[in-house]
Design a protein around this ligand. Sequence first.
Ligand SMILES: Cc1cc2nc3c(=O)[nH]c(=O)nc-3n(C[C@H](O)[C@H](O)[C@H](O)COP(=O)(O)OP(=O)(O)OC[C@H]3O[C@@H](n4cnc5c(N)ncnc54)[C@H](O)[C@@H]3O)c2cc1C
Length: 441
Amino acid sequence: MPAPLMTIPSSPALPTEADAVVIGGGVIGTCTAHFLARRGLKVALIEKGRIAGEQSSRNWGWCRQQNRDARELSMATRSLDLWETIARDLDVDLGFRRCGLLYLSDDEAELEGWASWGRFARGEGIDTRMLNAAEAAQRGAATGKPWKGGVWSPTDGTADTSRAVPLIAAGLAAQGSSVHQFCAARGVETAGGRVTGVVTEHGTIRTSRVVMAGGVWASTFVKQLGIGFPQTAARSSLLSVLPPDSRLPAALHTSRVTATRRADGAYTLAVSGLAKLDPTPQGLRYARQFLPMFARRWQLLSLGDLRGWLAGHEGRQSWRLDRPTPMERNRVLDPLPDAAVIETIVHRARQLLPALGTSPVQASWGGYIDSTPDGVPVIDGTVGPEGFMLASGFSGHGFGIGPGAGQLIAELVCGDPPSLPHTQYALSRLTRNARGKVAEF
Ligand SMILES: Cc1cc2nc3c(=O)[nH]c(=O)nc-3n(C[C@H](O)[C@H](O)[C@H](O)COP(=O)(O)OP(=O)(O)OC[C@H]3O[C@@H](n4cnc5c(N)ncnc54)[C@H](O)[C@@H]3O)c2cc1C
């Protein structure tokens, strides 16, 4: 059974024109469409499958500042507030709660890494607290074991991965905008170096502004526009169980397993970073740039199989706009979870959290996680034709910062002063070095 996901209806008809077209109904595209609509633009949100059918419903739901890259921290902080603002403005419950995130460890190096990040983050005004052994044992009582230490980040939280993005998308209609599911965007039309329209499988929408927020499909899409975007995806496997005991921490990370309470009381269980690298044409094309990242994570990554190649999201071929494209052949990228990984997670979770008992697995699913070589997204309106914006590569932590990213992208699209720093997200940081060496920040 795949990750639970609320379905919403599409708008009745594809518009012939729009102030802006957003391609991709994940958290990034949907939040962007939301903030564009709130600025009074008539937006068409185009999704080849279901809203949030890919990464944005398959993740753990963590909305965190804790351990963020410095380049994303202000966006993470802003996003926590925006989760609440969007829910209030739309009068819906996105399942966002500042439940706090708990990290526990017995590894001195890991604890020192967290302490070092904490020293930096407290200087930025973030409430993050190192736990000594006694405090870790108290907060981690559900594990029934001693810990050397940990971290408690009280203002971070989680949101409901099965409903949050569909609910935001559903709110677009009331703001004069529209949502179109099972409608793949095949490409972008231009004249004189400017965007003039988006060609979809159901017709063309005239527009001067386009945001490409296609997640793992973004690189192959922008290749059609002559843009080289180093991005590749790793396949993760996870599951949910419904424990009989609800006294487990709402969100717990250990190196062996993570557990996150879902809105329905079930728990999502996973092993952080454990993933398969399925070879793909795109992955091979950019392999050299990703080597430093893979080398740092080699203990958790292993070679996958040809499913990723066959799925088509990382193809390198060119396509025509008057024929079906790879996006129409794969409406929802739904990789099978790895059976051995699922078994490992269940075994570790029962060891770590005895209260899980023998609760059966409710659902298990796979998810491709898109990434850039430096683990930070690309948000860039200076690549491609004028009026085109690329927003992808959120590298395993885009759900929590979706609202802040959407607000920033909307500001940039409208030419308004950006309320968050953004030059650190430029694509040029990943492409400027002729030797393929990626800039380290
Ligand atoms: C297992 C796992 C755990 C994670 N845990 C967390 C977490 O706890 N916290 C966190 O912050 N992040 C987490 N992430 C990362 C997070 O889910 C992603 O960074 C985020 O969802 C990316 O959103 P997106 O909108 O860019 O992409 P997606 O959600 O993948 O959406 C892109 C959408 O674009 C559509 N699309 C693509 N091309 C086209 C086209 N041409 N026409 C129309 N539609 C198109 C796709 O169908 C898709 O629905 C996790 C991810 C995974 C897989």
